[in-house]
Design a protein around this ligand. Structure first.
Ligand SMILES: C[S@@+](CC[C@H](N)C(=O)[O-])C[C@H]1O[C@@H](n2cnc3c(N)ncnc32)[C@H](O)[C@@H]1O
Length: 378
């Protein structure tokens, strides 16, 4: 039995580690960055950008920021990688020709150490700063973002941009937040429900980026995976140039950089009009129910938020992509429990909480998924 448990947990870890090796497409990075530039063309001007957890020889993050160094007005670009020997997913590692043909190449360090690439000035003498001016060396350690070596780079940086390892998302976010840095990172929508993450969202210290949980041309955000990655499931494909790819539902960007979509008000109908005209059968001709144990109405769809309801409302997490902090205030989050205990909207706060499912409606006849509690600002 113990053996079986160990086996299962090995399998789980291997699966998790596999998900750490998803690589971001160039046009996804470009499109996202453009959204911040559209809002403020100086978002990145004079800034030091750190790209940790990267693979700078071929990563599209390093490529994009190096190619756009001058356009963005960067001060410095730093990109670091994680040593192949330290990666949990053991794919067949081969150093790139770029590395193996370089005089610095070290056949030990290529597997045991991370690498650091930096860009600050025109090295090649062609009067422009671009990808040809990147300088690199091996790191002293393996490039783990938690190491002192990478923490020092974090402290030097103004903005941290990456697609961090999926299995370490909470830790990675905490690592950014403790240093109070600006950031733009890829993550899964489920992270919203983590108790470490939601308070940041509630306090407007983090929000969803321009693309979040959104299908474009009918497709979720799609990533490259290692060549020896076994593709299963329906959301997998091979790109036109033969690279393996995977589409991941509910994925998108988290950030604390401002962008335009965040300030667009969500167009809404009154409660009466929703009940009369809503396209959702759960809303049309129905009434908005209150939770049994929490003083808010249940709103099952973001586009069914009534424009004229003054009290608290529970909405699905997909609301966050439409959240405009001038229009709404976020109060709490509910599932079985209330994320914040001192909330006056909890009914019978002093009673033993066990059994008082926070998302129960109709005297326990139904339970909704995780809900974000919001109210109109005016
Ligand atoms: C999701 S991939 C993204 C890579 C790249 N940023 C991109 O988007 O193309 C995450 C990378 O972080 C690496 N990684 C895993 N654990 C790490 C750690 N503790 N410190 C630094 N990097 C780590 C993985 O090996 C992988 O290369």
């Amino acid at each position: 039995m113990a053996d079986k448990t160990a086996k299962n947990s090995n399998l789980r870890n291997a699966n998790k580690a596999k998900n750490d090796e998803f690589y971001t497409q160039f046009h996804d990075i470009e499109k996202e960055i453009n959204a911040y530039l559209d809002y403020d063309q100086n978002t990145f001007r004079g800034k030091t950008i750190l790209l940790p957890c990267d693979d700078p020889e071929w990563s599209n993050f390093t490529k994009f920021f190096a190619q756009n160094f001058e356009r963005l007005g960067l001060k410095k670009l730093i990109s670091t990688s994680f040593a192949p020997d330290s990666k949990a997913f053991k794919g067949g590692y081969q150093p790139t020709l770029f590395e193996s043909e370089n005089p610095q190449f070290d056949k030990e360090k290529t597997v045991t150490n991370g690498k650091i690439f930096t860009l600050t000035h025109d090295k090649s003498g062609d009067n422009k700063i671009d990808i040809n001016d990147l300088e690199w060396t091996y790191l002293k350690g393996d490039g783990d973002f938690r190491s002192d070596e990478i923490k020092k780079l974090r402290n030097e940086a103004d903005i941290i941009v990456t697609n961090p390892p999926f299995s370490l998302f909470r830790e990675f976010l905490a690592w950014i937040v403790e240093a109070e840095k600006q950031f733009l990172i890829i993550g899964n929508m489920n992270a919203i429900t983590y108790k470490e993450v939601f308070p940041l969202i509630k306090n407007d210290k983090m929000w969803t980026g321009s693309r979040f949980n959104q299908r474009l041309n009918g497709k979720n955000m799609t990533f490259y995976v290692p060549d020896d990655y076994k593709l299963t499931g329906t959301e997998v494909e091979v790109s036109s140039d033969g690279k393996k790819m995977i589409s991941v539902a509910g994925t998108g960007w988290y950030t604390n950089l401002d962008h335009g979509r965040r300030h667009q008000p969500l167009p809404l109908m009154t409660m009466a009009d929703n009940i009369k005209f809503s396209k959702h059968k759960q809303v049309k001709g129905q009434e908005y129910l209150k939770y049994d144990n929490y003083n808010a109405i249940e709103v099952p769809f973001t586009d069914a938020i009534p424009s004229d309801y003054k009290g608290a409302m529970g909405v699905p997490i997909s609301f966050l992509n439409k959240y405009n902090p001038e229009q709404f205030e976020i109060l709490n989050a509910l599932n079985r429990y209330s994320l914040f205990d001192d909330d006056d909207l909890i009914i019978n706060k002093n009673e033993a909480r066990i059994g008082n499912h926070m998302c129960s409606i109709n005297n326990g006849a139904g339970y909704t998924y995780f809900r974000i509690i919001i109210k109109h600002r005016n």
